[in-house]
Design a protein around this ligand. Structure first.
Ligand code: NAD
Length: 426
């Protein structure tokens, strides 16, 4: 079952993740007219750490892995960002992802800077014991980097609650007391938060409903297609359906499933859960391809699977009235212009899928006050954060006459740069 919680991860644009993000950042910085000095302050990461991690493997041999942690900015508060285990992890990628976290936290107005970490390894080829020793080594190597008031890691590709629990344990041993708010995305019993698993899909739904409201679209008359039926996509589909939207198509790696009168999402979730996490063989719909799903004439298209699914190759065929980016980087920078020229409203990833990092922030807050909030309180507060962020970005897009994506970057850059001016420092 693909239910793992993964905190905001990549802008993975095949063209080049760093350049893709920076082109959007540059455009927003130009529109805001920030000074060259401020531009450099926002561009250059505050701290970049590379460590060598010797780990005793199960066969007794010692293997040395390379680990990274980049704090892009701590202007708004302690830095926040996941740790990924992947053979392709490198400093450049971690740097781009750390900057991207800065903008995402700023857009939803949570008091965090941006960071990211990674270890170049292939967790699929490693035993649980090897991964545990690696994570513990990484924690020790990063003792003076991470911390509840400095830099708070979270799960990302290849890590989850299990790894977060090991970090809490190793960090707590070094400090001589339990410090569970050194990371978020923990198991519930160790200070994890209720509502965190569904938080991103829920935030996507709030963003979609807010956008529908602006377009005077009645959810009860609207249709949606959701690509990806994992953590983000299935919760988004379920909640959109709950709010009256007819979800006519869903999909996963096995292909797309279409039903003009609406898919029974609860049945689809139950089917997937009993079918090794895949929709393969789901009978409540007609089989279509993922490519066909993207070009359906629906009101709302939610790409919630992976990066780079809407590119300059297929952007012209998109017929949706709006795209709400559940995934990170589903629209490549080269497709932006085509989509905009068609008048399609795009709620960008740094806004639409920020519900996850928002509830991570709530996890940290609850740990700090030593109290657990009810699910109801968490949902209400997270919905408010998402709604306010949407309104802020929408208002900015009207003021600057720019698409929501650029407006989101403007909101974020403006927030970080004006905070820096208040704090002083140059
Ligand atoms: P997941 O692994 O739970 O689910 C991914 C889903 O996409 C699965 O249903 C999978 O079958 C499907 N998929 C994979 N390749 C596909 C393809 N080529 N075509 C169609 N479907 C395909 O992952 P997730 O946590 O739901 O994350 C999805 C996206 O959302 C990623 O881009 C992730 O970075 C982003 N995101 C996730 C969170 C979170 O809280 N989980 C937060 C922010 C952003």
């Amino acid at each position: 079952m693909a239910m793992a919680y993964i905190e905001p991860a990549p802008i993975k644009d095949k063209e080049n993740p760093l350049e893709s993000m920076m082109s959007r950042f540059d455009a927003a910085a130009r529109l805001l007219g920030i000074s060259d000095e401020m531009y450099d302050i926002l561009k250059v990461p505050a701290r970049q750490v590379i460590v060598g991690l010797p780990v005793t493997m199960d066969n007794g041999a010692i293997k040395v892995f390379e680990g990274y942690r980049v704090i892009h900015s701590n202007i708004l508060g302690p830095a926040k960002g996941g740790i990924r285990l992947d053979p392709a992890v490198n400093l450049d990628e971690v740097r781009a992802l750390a900057a991207w976290m800065t903008w995402k936290c700023a857009v939803v107005d949570i008091p965090y800077g941006g960071a990211k970490g990674g270890i170049a390894c292939n967790p699929r080829d490693m035993s649980a014991g090897e991964i545990e020793r690696l994570i513990r080594q990484y924690t020790v190597a990063m003792l003076d980097v991470i911390g509840p008031d400095r830099d708070i890691p979270a799960p990302d590709m290849g890590t989850g609650p299990r790894e977060m629990a090991w970090i809490v344990d190793e960090y707590s041993k070094a400090k001589g007391m339990t410090v569970n708010n050194v990371v978020t995305g923990k198991p519930l019993v160790l200070g994890g938060s209720l509502g965190r698993t569904e938080a991103t899909g829920r935030g996507v739904t709030v963003a979609a409903l807010s956008a529908m409201d602006k377009l005077r679209m009645n959810p009860y008359r609207a249709t949606a297609a959701v690509q990806g039926f994992g953590n983000v996509g299935s919760f988004a589909a379920e909640l959109l359906h709950e709010r009256g939207v007819t979800v006519v198509a869903i999909s996963d790696i096995s292909g797309g499933y279409y039903n003009a009168s609406g898919i029974d999402i609860t049945a689809a979730v139950t089917y997937r859960n009993g079918n090794k996490g895949t929709l393969e063989g789901f009978s409540g719909a007609e089989k279509i391809s993922n490519e066909e799903l993207l070009s359906l004439a629906v009101d709302v298209l939610v790409p919630a699977a992976k990066e780079d699914v809407i590119t300059d190759d297929n952007a012209a065929s998109i017929q949706a009235r709006m795209i709400v980016e559940g995934a990170n980087g589903p629209t490549s920078a080269s497709a932006d212009e085509i989509i905009n020229s068609k008048g399609i409203l795009v709620v960008p990833d740094i806004l639409a899928n920020a519900g996850g990092v928002t509830v991570s922030y709530f996890e940290w807050v609850q740990n700090r006050i030593g109290y657990k909030w009810t699910l109801d309180r968490i949902n209400r507060r997270a919905d408010r954060v998402m709604k306010d962020a949407f309104d802020r970005v929408f208002e900015t897009s009207q003021r600057y006459q720019v698409p929501l994506r650029l407006a989101a970057y403007i909101v974020a850059i403006d927030k970080v740069s004006s905070t820096y001016k208040f704090r002083g420092g140059y």
